[in-house]
Design a protein around this ligand. Structure first.
Ligand code: PMV
Length: 313
């Protein structure tokens, strides 16, 4: 019998961490925001067997040949095994594309997995709730990150600004007015697994010092949530700068990120910090509309590879 024709297309956004990365792995809160201009897209069409086509990664292979640590294959299998009738095998070709730079702190891995989870569930007739998508993506994040806090899967699955504490239900964030952010790509890939592992070793060697830093970051996040809720741009900018210096103390920044955050502030940004795992990847700057062009120009002159803008309102 011929297979019924179907095409399923699903998306998931990138994300930035506004405040709180790394400390969030140790139980502190963090604030993260989806970036819908950057997104991963999954497309399913019928095929005699399950094929994964990831042109951005220059890979095309059958699911049966996937390596054990392949997060895309894991997203397919986890979703299929959860929702398919027993004994039924997947027969589709999955094409996965993404405009989110890889290994740069913008949640590309989580977004790709979320798009895949939604597409595979869709093939089985299910439209999943954000919490279901988030839980499945969290399993794939463990493959990529080792010990993820769960913030990336949460914000890409819920697609709204989130207050997140590991192990607790995430809470959508109230925002007063509009906050404009620029996102600058250093062009330096930096796998999160490495910085997260380094912070873990440093914490094990000196728990008192690191727990103090984590708590200070957590306090920044709590104040940042208040600043967002009352529309306090200057307050949020100062907290971003403070959070960046605490991330320097955790040793997850580098010269490029330190220089480019200062370049943004000198050009009029209200605050700037690295975003995500650090030691490369992306940084973010809070800008008033009038200063946005100056910050963009200063970043371009200082060698920033790509600049994106997003507004939180
Ligand atoms: O995926 P990234 O690079 O945005 O990093 C996620 C944030 C970390 O706090 C560094 C890790 C985590 O699991 O929360």
């Amino acid at each position: 019998m011929p297979t019924a024709y179907f095409t399923i297309i699903t998306h998931a956004p990138g994300k930035i961490i506004l405040l709180g990365e790394h400390a969030v792995v140790y139980g502190q809160p963090a604030l993260a925001v989806p970036v819908s201009q950057l997104r991963a897209t999954a497309m399913l069409v019928p095929a005699p067997q399950c094929i994964i086509d990831a042109p951005d990664l220059r890979r095309r292979y059958p699911l049966s040949a996937a390596l054990p640590d392949d997060p895309i294959a894991a997203a397919i299998r986890l979703t299929w095994n959860r929702y398919a009738p027993a004994g039924k095998a997947p027969h589709f070709e999955l094409t996965l594309t993404s405009t989110i730079p890889i290994a740069s702190g913008l949640g590309s891995g989580a977004a790709m997995s979320a798009a895949v989870v939604r597409a595979v569930a869709g093939r089985l007739g299910h439209v999943l709730e954000p919490a279901e998508v988030s839980a499945l993506v969290f399993e794939t994040e463990k493959i990529l990150h080792g010990t993820p806090s769960g913030i990336d899967n949460t914000v890409v699955a819920f697609e709204q600004p989130m207050w997140f504490i590991s192990g607790q239900p995430p809470q959508p964030v109230t925002v007063s007015g509009a906050f404009h952010f620029l996102i600058g790509d250093t062009g330096q890939p930096s796998p999160t697994k490495i910085t997260v592992g380094d912070v873990r070793r440093a914490w094990q060697a000196n728990p008192a010092r690191y727990e103090t830093l984590f708590a200070e970051i957590g306090a920044c996040v709590t104040q940042g949530r208040a600043a967002l809720s009352i529309g306090d741009h200057y307050g949020l900018g100062m907290l971003m700068n403070l959070n960046h210096s605490l991330l320097q103390a955790l040793d997850v920044s580098n010269n490029t990120l330190d220089t480019l955050t200062q370049v943004a502030r000198d050009a009029g940004a209200l605050g700037a910090k690295l975003s995500g795992g650090g030691r490369g990847g992306n940084l973010i700057a809070l800008v008033e509309e009038a200063a946005a062009e100056r910050v963009r120009a200063a970043w371009r002159a200082a060698g920033v590879r790509a600049i994106h803008a997003t507004t939180l309102e």
